[in-house]
Design a protein around this ligand. Structure first.
Ligand SMILES: Cc1ncc(COP(=O)(O)O)c(C=O)c1O
Length: 378
């Protein structure tokens, strides 16, 4: 059987990983400044994480959501405490798309409406309503397009107001900082006004923190830079450092009913153990402080590169923008300099999503390598 060929692949085969590095089968070491699409939060194969998963696997790896699972409660309590979102309830699922799917479904259940407001260049996943709320027609099949979604530009609150006044909107969904689209974000004022409009009109305000959450922006959730209180927050990626998991944090505006949401695998014992280990490490190693320190260093160092037009994003969710496309630069960074970086829909942008434990000297290594590659390209 062949694999269904949906991914353009780099010809690199990582077989081992530690911290911010991966090694291929020939023993070549790579600096990982992309974390497999921003998934590696506490560093690859962190010893606390590995020990916790092994220990859990020896006890019980899985049982479905028909029994008591104290690990789910432990995870919810820790996540509430560390994120400052103790007044939300947690629903556990398996991926980012699934988290957004459930968030949109809750909004529709709550309001009895079905139209969604999303934003230009947004990415919310590849399933049903999540992909329909994603501003990329090429990844929407006809079956997805039956969803009703309006795409509006960021930071144009009057357009949002006009759309909401039509009276049929169940949810506004927005990324804390846009990931796949290219690191654009709403202003402080825009987030504040969105929240106000949603509250005044009974629309559910959903913050997609799947990429921007878990400390990556320099606060636990990126929306916390804007002093708002969303109705629903979705999370995944960094949540379990590579173990598949998603979370929906739900405010008390929405009351749970049996059968409203459900999943076979979501919140299983192994996934919870992985997610608890991540929170323990984020707390013990004060990783969010590291994000802010290393981010400041990155911004300083990158100023040395005249070809850089702009740096977008916050914390360790950064986009380095040039006035030319970066595909060749990324290739040279991987194959000549042995550094992984990411791309975005904005083809002129290098996406930097390292483990939150990355060091200043690893950033120095990147800046020197980028200078070398750019000089090669002259
Ligand atoms: C902001 C955002 N939302 C949702 C998703 C979908 O997550 P998943 O690939 O886990 O379904 C992604 C994935 O890149 C994302 O960046």
């Amino acid at each position: 059987m062949n694999l269904f060929n949906v991914y353009p692949l780099y010809n690199v085969t990582p077989v081992k990983a530690r911290g911010c590095h991966v090694w291929d089968e020939k023993g070549t070491k790579y600096l990982d400044l992309y974390g497999g699409h921003g998934v590696i939060s506490i560093g690859h194969t962190h010893p606390v994480y590995v020990a916790k998963l092994k220990e859990q696997l020896d006890k019980i790896g899985f049982y479905s959501n028909s029994i008591q699972n104290p690990l789910q409660k432990e995870l919810a309590k820790k996540l509430g405490k560390l994120s400052g979102c103790e007044d939300y309830d947690l629903f556990l699922c398996n991926s980012g798309a699934e988290a957004n799917e459930n968030a949109l479904k809750l909004a529709s259940f709550k309001t009895g409406k079905k139209r969604v407001i999303s934003f230009e260049k947004s990415f919310h996943g590849r399933t049903s309503a999540a992909v329909a709320a994603t501003d990329n027609l090429s990844i929407n099949a006809p079956i997805n397009l039956q969803q009703e979604v309006a795409f509006l530009p960021l930071n144009k609150i009057d357009l949002v107001e006009k759309e909401i006044q039509k009276g049929d909107v169940c949810a506004v969904i927005i990324e804390g900082i846009q990931g796949v689209g290219g690191l654009d974000e709403g202003t402080f004022r825009f987030f504040k006004d969105l929240q106000k409009l949603c509250n005044e009109n009974g629309v559910i305000f959903i913050l997609d923190e799947i990429q921007s959450g878990y400390g990556r922006s320099g606060k636990f959730f990126a929306f916390q830079h804007h002093n708002i209180h969303p109705d629903i927050i979705t999370t995944a990626k960094g949540m379990a450092n590579g173990f598949p998991i998603g979370g929906v944090l739900i405010s008390d505006k929405i009351e749970a009913k049996f059968g409203m949401l459900g999943t076979t695998f979501g919140g299983n014992h192994l996934a919870c153990a992985a997610a608890i280990a991540v929170l323990n490490v984020v707390e013990k190693e004060i990783l969010i402080e590291n994000v802010n320190k290393v981010s400041t260093h990155f911004l300083e160092r990158v100023k040395e590169i005249p070809q850089v037009q702009k740096v977008k994003g916050k914390g360790l969710m950064l986009g380095v923008e040039f006035d030319f496309e970066v595909a060749e630069i990324r290739k040279k960074l991987i194959f000549d300099q042995h550094i992984f970086t990411g791309g975005a829909s904005n083809k002129k942008l290098l996406r930097i999503l390292p483990p939150l434990s990355v060091t200043k000297s690893q950033i120095d290594e990147f800046v020197d390598a980028l200078k070398a590659v750019l000089n090669d390209n002259k």
